[in-house]
Design a protein around this ligand. Sequence first.
Ligand SMILES: NC(=O)c1ccc[n+]([C@@H]2O[C@H](COP(=O)([O-])OP(=O)(O)OC[C@H]3O[C@@H](n4cnc5c(N)ncnc54)[C@H](OP(=O)(O)O)[C@@H]3O)[C@@H](O)[C@H]2O)c1
Length: 309
Amino acid sequence: MKAIEVVGGGRLQLVEVAEPKRSAGDVIVKVAATSVNRGEIYRARASKPGFRPGWDFAGVVHEAADRGGPVVGTRVVGFLTSAAWAETIAVPKAHLTALPDSISFADAATIPVAGLTALGAVEAGGSLLGRSVLVTGATGGVGHFAVQLAALAGAQVTALVRRPAAEVAEMLAMAKHIVGGPDAIAQAEKLGPFDHIVETLGGETLSRALGMLSYSGKCMVIGVTDTPNTTFDAEKFFMTGNAAMQAYVLFRKNSVETHGEALARVLLLAADGALPLHVGYDRPWTEIDQVADDLLSRSFLGKAILRVG
Ligand SMILES: NC(=O)c1ccc[n+]([C@@H]2O[C@H](COP(=O)([O-])OP(=O)(O)OC[C@H]3O[C@@H](n4cnc5c(N)ncnc54)[C@H](OP(=O)(O)O)[C@@H]3O)[C@@H](O)[C@H]2O)c1
């Protein structure tokens, strides 16, 4: 069968590999679509030849687990911590969930890592009903889900983007405010303080975000797309009174077993039409290396998906 593998220089290519081996709790899935996340491209570009990346997948159950889990023929969506970019994969049954007929494989593939990361970062804010939330990098995979999930939770969301706000108004229609362009952070400061911040960029954005928190506000640090190094005004931060900065990693120890259940909740919202899914870039998987470059240079908005086979 075919799979995507790292070749020399961190580049990605379709190669011939062995069929996956299934253990008792695994389901064998024939993959129809996968998505591409920034984090896995960083990892792939830094990996030695032979590494097989790939987190998200959507497809059909080909062999069921020995006990429980979806039966053969069930449409499913889920994630692996690597090697999901393949025609056929072996997946622990807690890492996938049934896919409603109303959601296409392509749309479903956008959800797992970006949607679950956004869900975790948004839910870390507790009840957001009537609260003010800031999401940075809001046109990206995680950011877009975070805006929508926070709005669905009843928050008034400010989406911070680097493009002109008018360019992304349709995509971010669930945000109350969109701040964009070179003075986006200054515009956000005027709309603060914020009870909850989902921060994906690092650097200057994180630095200024820490000064925009309300008394008990929380800033979730989930990414460093701009830069990992930040200096900040510690006095302004502690003078908020009780604000906090918190780390979030989706694939942390002992956490993945609950992700299948969380994925089912996100799917319910999507199947209902309450959570619009947005494929920004739809390419055959043979083009993975170019898609990876296009993702890093952000030549499109939202999520990229790859059609398998
Ligand atoms: N903690 C976790 O478990 C976890 C899980 C998933 C992702 N992440 C991290 O979260 C971040 C976002 O991931 P993603 O998959 O959503 O990435 P993505 O789809 O590539 O989105 C990146 C976003 O950042 C913006 N951006 C890119 N470079 C920028 C810069 N120099 N200054 C300001 N904005 C910039 C993009 O704006 P444009 O659209 O205008 O280009 C876009 O909104 C990444 O750092 C990723 O590693 C962490």
